[in-house]
Every structure is written in C-alpha cells, then in structure tokens.
Ligand binder design. Sequence first.
Ligand code: ATP
Length: 429
Amino acid sequence: MSLTALADLVSLCKRRGFIYPGSAIYGGYKGFWDYGPLGVALKRNLKDAWWQTMVTDRDDVVGLDAAIIMNPEVWRASGHLDSFTDPLVECKHCHQRFRADEPTQLAKHEATHDQPPAWTEPKKFNLLTEVLLGATEPKSKAYLRGEITQGVFVNFAHVVASTRIKIPFGIAQIGKAFRNEITPGNFTFRSLEFEQMELEYFVPPDDSAAPKIFTQLQAQRLDWYVKLGLQASHLRFREHQADERAHYARLATDIEYHTSFGWKECEGIHHRGDWDLSHHHLTYHDPETNATYTPYVLETSVGVDRAALFFLLDAYELTADRVILKLHPRLAPYQVAVFPLLKNKPELVKTARQVKDRLKANFRTAWDDRGNIGKRYYAQDEIGTLYGITIDFTTLQDETVTVRHRDTTAQVRVSLAKLVDYLNHQFKA
Ligand code: ATP
C-alpha cells in the first residue's frame, strides 16, 4: 500500500475536527496546532493506552506530574543551557534560518531563489524557550521545559522516600514540552509546543546488565506500536552514532516510522547513564545491601502529537469511493455510532436513543441522524468509528439491529439483547 500523502491527512484533520492550525483566525502561528473534538479524543486514548502499558500494568513503575516551569538551576545542572542546541544556518539572500542537519529542507529552500545558494557558517542555537516571571520589574528569567524528563529527576528522592519502590523501578510522566525549533513543519511532526510520554527507568550502574535492559525496552516499545495497529513494516530501529547522540546519552536508538516524507523518529530510547542524577547530586541508598550509588537511567520518550500523527497516517486509506481511517479500537475517537433510520419517526428515534444509552456505558458511542444511511456510514468511516448500528422498522418488530463493520462494510443483524456481548467480542478479536 502506498504511503499516505501528508496533505490528504491535513485536509481530513481540519475538515473533521481532529487538528486545526493554531490561531487560524489571526493568520495562524507557525509551529502551533489546536486539537478539535476528535483530535482530543484520539490523543486521550493514545495517552491512556500508553499509561496502561507503562504504569498500570506494571508493579515497578509509578507516575508523576511535575511543573512545566522549574527553577532555572535545574537546566544549568542538566546541561541544557549549554548543550540543548541545534546547528543553524542562515540564507544570505533572505535571512531565513534552517537546521544545518536537514539537507532536504536546505535544498528545497535553495530552489526558491534564482541566485546560487549562499549560507552562513552553522551556529549553535539553544532550543529552550525563555519566559519572564514576576509581577514587578525586574522580572526573572525562567524556561518552559524543553523535555519533561528533568521533572522526574528533581523528584527522584521524593518518590523514593514517599513510596515503597526499590531499584530497579521507573517513573512515568506525560506532559507538555516546548522547543524553539528552527524549522517547525510537516504538520504536527515538529512543533514548538508538544506533549511527551516518558519512562525513566532507574537501574544499578552495572555496565553489563544495563545495556541488556536497554535492549528489552526497545523490543517492548516496538511491540506496543504494533499491538495498537501500526504496520510492522512501517517501523524500524535506528541506532545513533556517537557523534549524533544527545549530550546525556551513552546509547540511543530511535523507533522510526516510514512516512511519505521519509523515515522519521517517533520515539527515542536512551541510556542516560548517571549523567542526570550525578549532575543533580542525587544518589540512591539500597536498604538491603546498604550500598549507596548513583543509578543509571534508561529512558523511553515519545511525542504524543508525533505518535498520533503516525497512527493517523498509518490508518488512512483511500478506496475507490470512500476514505477509511482504520484506527485500532483502543484509539478510535468513537468505537460505535448509532443511527435511527429516519429522524422524523419518533418511534425510531426513541429506540435508537435507548440503544445509544445502553452502548455508551460500554463503548465510546456517537449519534448521527442526518442524511441517508450510506452517507452516515461514510462519515463515520473517515473518522475511524468501527461499527455503525442502524435502528430501522424491523427493530421495532423483532428487536434486532443492523451492525455494519467499518473495514469490510459487512452487515449482520444482531439482537438488542446480545449487542453489547457481540461488540465486546469483536473488539477482543
Ligand atoms: P528530533 O531529532 O526530531 O528533533 P529529538 O531526538 O530531539 O527529536 P527527543 O529529545 O529524543 O527528540 O524527544 C523525544 C520525542 O519527543 C521524540 O522522539 C518526538 O516524538 C518528540 N518530539 C521531540 N521534539 C518534538 C517537536 N518539536 N515536535 C513534536 N514532537 C517532538
């Protein structure tokens, strides 16, 4: 199957209320996006699925929600004030700036000028976003977090002291991060404000055991995407070479997704060694061995927006007569939709409302009573709803409904008494 063109998805997302350009009525704001009713639902489902696997299903991981703005000393200690940089070049013709390490972007820009390309030497550019705090002058400078990770480290000792958890253990977090990206683009792939889902897993500083856990984490994370419906052939690992690793990383592997604009990073898995805890002067005391040491940290970090984009691209299918968003039942904004055949027949509407009320206790359920049934099916197909349930005149006689499947368009009659069981069975299959 060919890869989904980004433009097709951008248009669907706007038209159906997944994602809108930020501040659009004021001409937009580059690198910022707003999530509409369906986008919010998709992101929430994605975060729930991640939390379930990474926290709820495990005994060795606890959650955290740290502040976005922290004492600026955190960023000095973590090395981000010095090293959170991208190399940047400026076009001498028009003074626009681009990442020096993105040759396709540079070539694309060069083609917009008649003159031969002319770039400045690459200069380091810090990605942290500054904010000014204080009601009176002089205001004090702080930073919006450039990664959610540091909030975990500054709370490491609190978590150890206030829970019964012992190494090896992890702290998981989901939250917003901000980066002064030089070339935001490819829709939500690279934006200035985005959300991350991260696990920081603390292990003893053992150079033979830690790389093995690192390898296990990679396999677990890849598996998570495949179980949620991403095509395995669209995913791959890419190991970072020493010269491209972030300042904190001893080992780094990306999980990449195959987009129509190339293989792109979806998730970073990093062996951060003792970089962070030692820079924050934090240690761990093992109550059993009585040893005190600085643990190693193994990290998995994925952007919610980027992963949502990849799940959408992967799910998008254009057939001869319709668009289908083949989202996994865990992720689809709605799992089922209920339709009264005709909206001007009160007995149909009343029964359909009763069906909807029964289903909504079990499934994310939409209601649609506009237009003909065929159009309603198509409208639900392109937002990913798995089953359409039609209440018609036969329903009033024999208490059965038509259940129509999104991907196959197959229709079956199911009795109202068995509908919840039938759907549960389908979602488990
Ligand atoms: P890139 O090389 O694409 O800039 P990175 O290696 O700097 O990414 P990490 O610091 O490892 O990214 O961040 C972890 C994850 O956060 C990434 O894999 C990505 O999913 C997400 N992410 C990072 N920067 C952005 C951004 N500007 N917009 C959206 N998501 C982002």
